[in-house]
Design a binder for this molecule. Structure first.
Ligand code: SF4
Length: 270
């Protein structure tokens, strides 16, 4: 419902649009697998809640930001696809036949769901890559996991500085979650390089950053995933209710205030 307060508080049309956005978000079913894109998240308890079907609540502005990020990723992938030197595979061109990265890398990637990705632990841990490609000027013959990220200007400038110091450590220092994500993807695809193309909103600024495979880190993330999947109860907290990260967490109520909860999502395993 659009409340009188939201109308009086600001723009009544924006209030109506935001209500639609929130309702659409509410209708989205919870994901019943642990996503590799967030396996680097510091709080395993948060990942446990997500894996067990507890949905996070976001405000409309945050959801608009996510949507902008997805649109921007598509724009950048479209540009990459049109670069003559680059061979790129993602959900859009799988109909072209057996992707040659499978022939070249021996990947057992599952393309049946019209996305390039992996699933592990009986489908309980999964991830979908933005693309896999080669022909990048930095290392033309090397297959790369390709991830596109859209961030605000401040974060973009931070990454630029880190790349100037040392490109190969930049992503890990900048956004550990993004680093863990591509480590798992490289591990699953038996690849040794990934490349992030990072943009500001609307893709007005672009930067590319390459990262090397780190076997130890990737295996640690797989072990972390297994632990979360196997846990019958919420895992340990990273702090108390006044810890700043917990104050910002959308699971804080269920985590710190509610009585112990049973698993609600993935109950098929024993
Ligand atoms: S409130 Fe804190 S401990 Fe609980 S899930 Fe969120 S970040 Fe983790």
């Amino acid at each position: 419902m659009v409340t009188l307060e939201s109308i009086l508080d600001g723009d009544p049309l924006v209030a109506i649009i935001d209500q639609v956005i929130l309702e659409e978000h509410e209708r989205e079913p919870p994901r019943h697998y642990l996503g590799a894109s967030s396996i680097g998240e510091e709080c395993s308890r948060k990942l446990w809640y997500r894996y067990n079907g507890h949905k996070e609540k976001f405000d409309a502005k945050t959801i608009r930001r996510f949507a902008d990020g997805h649109r921007t990723e598509e724009v950048v992938l479209g540009w990459l696809r049109n670069c003559k030197s680059i061979e790129l595979y993602n959900a859009r061109n799988l109909e072209d036949g057996l992707p040659s990265f499978q022939r070249h890398t021996g990947s057992e990637t599952d393309i049946s769901i019209n996305q390039i990705g992996f699933s592990s632990f009986d489908g309980k841990f999964a991830g979908h890559y933005d693309a896999i490609g080669r022909g990048f000027p930095q290392a033309p013959k090397t297959w790369h996991i390709v991830e596109v990220k859209c961030v605000n200007e401040k974060a973009f400038e931070e990454l630029k500085k880190l790349k100037a110091k040392n490109e190969k450590t930049a992503i890990e220092l900048w956004k550990p979650e993004y680093y863990s994500q591509v480590q798992v993807y490289m591990h699953m695809e038996k690849l040794t390089r990934s490349i992030h193309i990072v943009t500001t909103p609307g893709a007005r600024d672009l930067i590319s950053v390459r990262t090397d495979y780190n076997k130890t880190h990737a295996e640690a993330m797989l072990a972390k995933a297994k632990r979360i999947i196997d846990a019958k109860e919420p895992l340990e907290r990273i702090g108390g209710p006044t810890f700043y990260k917990c104050k910002m967490c959308s699971f804080r109520e269920i985590c710190h205030e509610a009585p112990p909860i049973p698993r609600t999502g993935n109950t098929s395993d024993t």
